[in-house]
Design a binder for this molecule. Structure first.
Ligand code: GLC
Length: 575
């Protein structure tokens, strides 16, 4: 790991910057929003837990609820307000749990319902809310509904919950249409009748193990609202909605047209979706406290995106536009401006996301020549400068934590973990890899189990004597382990902790105030309120900092009082 501590850089470092983190101003009593704060979600720090890979409590090599419960102190010390769990339900794990076979049961490898309830309680006692993931577009092909539909045959009410269609052509062996899967390849799979003859086809925008549900069916709607209630009754504070813009399809299932107008795409962003989310909002609002709905919405049109955030719909949605941008001041500024402008009319806060369980880790992405993110361009063997990437990821951590709105942190980003790009091919599990015929490395590289202790077997992922982690960790992660980083003042983990502590303690960082400050090309400087300024230098030369009373924190040591390239600083402008 590239460490930029002041001690290492002493000759060129300004004497008057007392330390890399000015703890005198940064240490203010951390205040977690009280449990009855209705606006907790507007500026919350939400930590994403990919449960298979966070911590293994029972020693079987797979992360679980017991592991998370044993590490709640770590999350409290990090300073997060909420944790979001990727699906932890019963599932064949054909797509890492996004193929749910029972929403009311926990996958046995992760624990059980009682443990989930205990976790929600324990976390809340530490001021940490729990957010769960709901996957309404599709379910597992092993879900009883789909099994019943297969057994009941064509024309049955059981099939109405899905998109079963006869095939085209004289023998029905041509797909009903030619939509392309989000995971590449076909979106239709043909079934086999009980007598062995070829049967109807069913639609799946993802893998064949994830049949799409028919959201025109009242039973599908009722069931999901019941699932929401099931979890709200157990104290969850929010729901992340998977593939939230895909649920509704044009029932005629037409072919894709070249340039569909707004709301005219047959399977994305259809206007009927808004009524569904209004109804979900009604369910959420019927509970005490604010139960937050956050949508996974990938849409190029930010105006259409903002429509989901109207007062009676979702509270927030992930801002993937910012995440996908390259490390370039103008492109990031443009995204920040567009994001704030689109959110303002609906009075919704923006979210800031550097990564998640689907995309290339920031340390790796920002170390590439092309530092933008696109699923379609992921390839094995893309050159990367990890030192540069880490430097930029540190700067990006401060930049995003200073922007107005909610902040999402994907587990392991606070450790500066890079994407693992050399996993043995026979251990890859992600369907994105297989469906690309091996061209796309897939998403396993950002899902490798976390390193907790550099000196323990399995880097402390499980207890003593535990089975090896379900994906192998690189040996180079020894020095990135939590224990090692806790002991190193200049580590990524310490940077995140201090940044979040300052953020929690600074009222101006919780409101909407935001104003750009004139700065040289390649520099992003903005104020939040009248005392706080954030500066990020994306240019290739060191820059002078604007007038300030104190440097609260910087992602790299200053050089002769100047902020070096690819780094950020937070300033207090008045005493
Ligand atoms: C979302 C999830 C992703 C999953 C897909 C299908 O994009 O984040 O992990 O594979 O939906 O459910």
């Amino acid at each position: 790991m590239l460490q930029t501590s002041l001690t290492e850089m002493s000759p060129s470092v300004d004497e008057d910057v007392p330390s890399f983190v000015n703890t005198a101003t940064a240490v203010v009593d951390a205040v977690n929003p009280s449990s009855d704060d209705p606006d907790w979600w507007r500026s919350a720090v939400i930590y994403q837990i990919y449960i298979r890979s966070f911590a293994d409590g029972d020693g079987d090599g797979t992360g679980d609820i017991a592991g998370v419960r044993s590490r709640l102190g770590y999350l409290r010390d990090l300073g997060v307000d909420a944790i979001w769990f990727t699906p932890w339900y019963a599932s064949p794990l054909a797509d890492g749990g996004y193929d749910v076979s029972d929403y009311r049961a926990i996958h046995p490898a992760f624990g059980d319902l009682e443990q989930a309830e205990a976790l929600i309680r324990d976390a809340l006692a530490l001021g940490i809310r729990t957010i769960i993931d709901v996957v309404p577009n599709h379910i597992s092909d092993q879900h009883p509904w789909f099994q019943e539909a297969l057994a009941a045959g064509p024309g049955s009410p059981e099939r109405e919950r899905f998109w079963f269609r006869d095939g085209l052509g004289p023998n029905g062996d041509e797909m009903p249409n030619h939509w392309i899967s989000n995971f590449q390849g076909d979106t239709w799979t043909r079934t086999t009748n009980p007598d062995g003859s070829a049967g109807q086809w069913y639609l799946h925008l993802f893998t064949p193990e994830q049949p799409d549900l028919n959201w025109n069916h009242p039973g599908v709607r009722a069931e999901h609202e019941d699932v929401l209630r099931f979890w709200f009754d157990r104290g969850v504070a929010g729901v992340r909605i998977d593939s939230a813009a895909l649920l509704v399809k044009d029932a005629a299932l037409p072919e894709l047209s070249e340039n569909p107008g707004p709301g005219e795409h047959p399977n994305t962003d259809r206007d009927e979706l808004h009524e569904i989310y209004r109804s979900w909002r009604g369910v959420a609002d019927s509970y005490p406290g604010t139960r937050m709905l956050v949508g996974e919405i990938w849409l190029p049109d930010i105006e259409r995106f903002a429509k989901y955030l109207r007062r009676d719909e979702l509270h927030t949605a992930f801002n993937f536009d910012f995440m996908a941008r390259p490390w370039d001041a103008e492109k990031l500024r443009e995204s920040i401006d567009a994001t704030l402008a689109a959110h303002a009319p609906v009075n919704a806060p923006s979210t800031w996301v550097l990564s998640n369980h689907d995309v290339t880790r920031p340390v790796t992405r920002y170390g590439r020549d092309d530092s933008s993110f696109a699923f379609a361009s992921k390839r094995f063997g893309t050159p990367v400068d990890l030192e540069l990437g880490e430097r930029r990821a540190r700067a990006a951590a401060l930049l995003t934590a200073a922007l107005p709105g909610a902040l999402y942190i994907y587990q392991g980003d606070e450790l500066g973990l890079p994407e693992v790009e050399d996993l043995p091919l026979d251990q890859l599990q992600d369907p994105m890899h297989f469906r690309s015929n091996g061209v796309d490395p897939g998403r396993d590289g950002c899902r490798v189990p976390l390193p907790w202790s550099g000196s323990a077997p399995g880097l402390g992922f499980g207890p003593e004597g535990a089975a090896a982690p379900w994906l192998p960790q690189p040996a180079s992660w020894q020095k990135l382990a939590v224990e090692e980083q806790e002991a190193d003042q200049s580590s990524m983990l310490r940077l995140y902790r201090e940044a979040l502590r300052i953020r929690t303690a600074s009222p101006e960082l919780h409101g909407p105030e935001f104003a750009w400050i004139a700065s040289p090309d390649g520099v992003l400087s903005f104020s939040r309120g009248d005392r706080f300024v954030s500066v990020t230098n994306l240019s290739s030369a060191p820059i002078d900092l604007p007038d300030h009373a104190k440097i609260l924190i910087s992602s790299a040591g200053l050089v002769s009082g100047r902020l070096p390239p690819d780094s950020s600083a937070w300033l207090q402008t008045q005493q």
